[in-house]
Design a protein around this ligand. Sequence first.
Ligand code: KIV
Ligand code: ZN
Length: 540
Amino acid sequence: MTDDNVRIFDTTLRDGEQAPGCTMTFEEKLTVARQLARLGVDIIEAGFPVASPGDWAAVHQIAREVGTPSGPVICALAHANRDAIDKAATAIQPAARKRIHVFISTSDTHIEYQLRSTREAVLEKAREMVRYARSLCDDIEFSPMDATRSEPEYMYRVLAAAIEEGATTLNIPDTVGYAAPEEYAELIQGIRENVPGADGVIISTHCHDDLGMAVANSLAGVRAGARQIECTINGIGERAGNASLEEVVMALHTRSQFFGTRSRINTHELARSSRLVSTIIGVPVPPNKAIVGANAFAHESGIHQDGVLKNRETYEIMSAETVGLDGNLLVLGKHSGRHALRNRIESLGYELGEEDFQQVFARFKDLCDRKKTVDDRDIEALIADETQHIPEIYKLEHVQVTSGTGVTPVATVRLRCPDGEARIDSDHGTGPVDAIYKAINRVVQRPTELTEFAINAITEGLDAVAEVTVRIREQGAVDTAEAQRRGPQVYSGYGVNTDTLVAAAEAYVGALNKLVAARQERIKVEAVAYAAGYEKSAAL
Ligand code: KIV
Ligand code: ZN
């Protein structure tokens, strides 16, 4: 291979999205895919099309919209099965550059207990399915699942067969997050030395974080010659997650001499990508998270502050600006007009349609009346809130709460309902938020469970804007094949307001709207997928 850069293979929309509570709607997947393209990832693993018509439709739309000739390669996952490979191939068909990722387990534990098969049968299956995938697509990635617990000599044979049948990338998953960096590096080295043809393909890492070593293992793999890293934004993924994209990218960027290679990622888009995914799935980024956490560049101790003021290099190995946490915050106020706001939004890198812009402008003016200065962080929060495009099935028109010492918190809400009627109801609770949510529940009448509630102040000061993120789990009826397969879903809501309780109410209504919309969307998307070529298949 001539190009020695590390390819960044983003699997936020596949491995990340399949984690409990990280489900995204069709529209949200598209929004993330567009941002991944701006970030400059080399490959987007857009989904697992055979899993459901909804997954197929999302991959198909991403391939159509984001898979432009200058855009990323669009990849679809398939287990070693003809139908799964067919569905992967049809889903990525509109993309200019496409890849099918075929996997089968090679550890004895998986072969015996999960596949109920034998080593020889698995080897043959891998061979046959890679050959079949290659007949449909020129770019084939093959993964021996649970590679780090597979017997190396046997796995070498499977990998050699995959290369013979036309695989162009060999991905080595640490499926259960078991490996240590030295071991993982040895594994990659062993593959390069023992698998015939390995020097003609890209070797890729895919590490889970069960022991907190996913990033270290991925980078150890690069040191041993891997030239693709599979990772996710904020490290989301099965169980403890995958290697975090922002961490591997900044390690390669900051220590490029040590690693002897780099990636093509536009690092200035890292913070925004992290915020976007966090907002969509409703999982806040911990403040101490490397690279994108709120404290990642904060110097608290006096000695550190003193050093940084004298020379940044004393305690900073990279700058906040490099990852898009802009140190250069521009302040706007109530005298700023449409033009100033539009310029600022554009220079922050957002392209808003006229309708979204007008909504953000109205919210910006409203915010300026309540807050002395409005900076980039406030504007980005308003954009995130306004561009969620959650249908306003229920619209919060009014919320009023009484609470304090010695009184039972009581809330009254008025919601505009799907039938056009405005309904008012009240309830009391253990606290003001509980009272609001109970009052909303009395109007909406959807059985759900609140699983998470988080408040964050976007900027400093008493007049700061509050952002509230909630997660609710649906209960009750399953309506489609996808709903049945995935089980109860978690939906997040996001609210931004200078009044924390209003933000809390908005976030909750937003999550309920997502839940109702997702049910409607599942039914619609399944119909669209069937119309666009998705064929019903036997269960997985
Ligand atoms: O972790 C894993 O083994 C996977 C494979 C499908 C590549 O996600
Ligand atoms: Zn995985």
